[in-house]
Design a protein around this ligand. Structure first.
Ligand SMILES: [Zn+2]
Ligand SMILES: [Zn+2]
Length: 117
């Protein structure tokens, strides 16, 4: 799965057109909150997860300044507060999709988990 076209809408959401025909919509706040870098998500070392200290939000945190394709596996995003260490793999990006279809399927799988517990 590879992104064919990535575009920014009104500085609020990103549209990604996938090679399987899916049109992804994801908000920049959601993207930034799910930044996969060690600084944001913590690191797992010897099965222990080290969570980073929460930091105050800097201005521009949710402003996307630039995006660069990394090799053939993902996308590096450059944020308005200077943060750019997160590299989102194509799978990361696809999992963050907030289109109606994907949100619905996430809600369905949550219901299934509730029934089991
Ligand atoms: Zn990060
Ligand atoms: Zn979707």
């Amino acid at each position: 799965m590879i992104a064919q076209k990535i575009s920014l809408n009104n500085d609020k959401t990103l549209s990604i057109q996938w090679d399987d025909g899916h049109n992804e919509i994801v908000s920049l706040t959601h993207l930034r909150d799910e930044c996969p870098c060690a600084e944001c998500k913590g690191e797992t070392i010897l099965l222990r997860t080290y969570k980073p200290e929460p930091k105050p939000d800097l201005p521009g945190k949710y402003e996307l300044k630039n995006a660069q394709v990394v090799g053939n596996y993902g996308l590096q995003l450059f944020w308005g507060d200077g943060h750019s260490t997160g590299i989102y793999t194509w799978k990361n990006l696809r999992d963050l999709c907030e289109c109606e279809e994907c949100v619905k399927s996430i809600m369905n799988s949550d219901e299934e988990q509730n029934e089991q517990s």
